[in-house]
Ligand binder design. Structure first.
Ligand code: NDP
Length: 285
């Protein structure tokens, strides 16, 4: 299997065992194949999962080719989540509400889209901190992005105790906050905001690059806080390092990656995903 395939490969497809994949641009950073292939093997499903580097302008040509080649489904990442939603024959309620898909299924000539980022986040928080979203006062940084919108919708669906949205482009935070009937704050947060918050979620890509700054000043952290960083960098991000130094409990985005993937697997195969195998595979990459 190649590190990644392209639209040209798909047009002359000669890898019949590959019937699942992740599409994005860029896509080489995705760890989904390392998680999904052991899961497929463990369940005796004789197919493979690969990366596809598909540019935004290629998406409309690529999706029918995946369907025609007998693909079971796809995951999608930046920049396709919103555009793909508009190309599906059917969307589940969550994907329709936020206007973005991260999982597609091809069935009987139809493309079905859903979004497992929000439910995957909820499972990740329960696993990492042993709490339910409904018990928490939650601040989301980067609420205007694809991951941030899915997380905000999930928090609202589960009726969390308080929901505060912040985004660099404030208008995006305010528009979403108005729809969900929650609070929006300017990006330059005062540290006192955290006094009335239990869980801070970083849904920005800050931390992906080693020199990225933390979206919150180090002095703001306190032991009552839980910090969830959707970024999964090889080491702890600046945000997680300074949160740990301030005594807060922390977790990185690998658990959300795991659970959104497990939910996609369940959707494709109508069976439980082998979570322990997927988790072990992810942690060993
Ligand atoms: P988007 O491009 O849709 O959104 C990015 C968000 O981050 C926007 O709110 C944007 O604000 C904000 N942002 C970007 N750069 C900065 C910056 N320098 N300072 C402050 N805010 C910034 O990306 P996604 O939502 O799809 O992905 C965000 C991150 O989440 C990525 O790192 C991705 O890998 C990760 N992710 C992890 C998942 C997991 O399973 N763990 C699942 C999905 C995503 P603005 O609106 O102002 O531009």
């Amino acid at each position: 299997m190649k590190d990644f395939y392209t639209l040209r490969d798909l047009e002359n497809w000669d890898e019949p065992k590959i019937r699942l994949g992740v599409i994005g641009d860029p896509v080489t950073h995705s760890r989904s194949p390392e998680m999904m292939n052991p899961a497929l093997r463990a369940c005796g499903l004789e197919m493979e999962y690969a990366r596809f580097e598909i540019a935004a302008a290629e998406l409309a040509s690529a999706l029918p080719l995946f369907a025609a080649q007998g693909f079971v489904g796809l995951n999608c990442t930046v920049p396709h989540k919103v555009a793909a939603a508009s190309m599906m024959d059917e969307l589940d309620d969550f994907a329709r509400t936020i206007g973005a898909v991260n999982t597609m299924q091809f069935e009987g000539g139809r493309a079905l889209g859903c979004n497992t980022d929000g439910p995957g986040f909820s499972r990740a928080i329960r696993e990492e901190f042993l709490v339910s979203l409904s018990d928490l006062r939650i601040l989301i940084l980067g609420a205007g992005g694809g991951a941030g919108r899915a997380i905000a919708q999930q928090c609202a669906n589960e009726k969390c105790r308080r929901l505060v949205l912040a985004n660099r482009d404030f208008d995006k935070a305010r528009t979403l906050a108005d729809r969900l009937n929650v609070e929006a704050l300017e990006w330059n947060l005062s540290s006192t905001v955290l006094d009335e918050i239990d869980l801070v979620v970083n849904a920005t890509p800050l931390g992906l690059q080693p020199n990225d700054s933390s979206p919150i000043l180090a002095a703001a952290f306190a032991p009552h806080l839980m910090i969830y960083d959707v970024v999964y960098a090889p080491g702890p991000t600046r945000l997680l390092e300074s949160a740990q130094a301030g005594g807060a409990r922390t977790a990185d985005g690998l658990s959300m990656l795991l659970h959104q993937g497990a939910l996609a697997f369940e959707r494709w195969f109508q069976r439980a995903a082998p979570l322990a195998i997927m988790q072990r595979a992810l942690r060993s990459v």
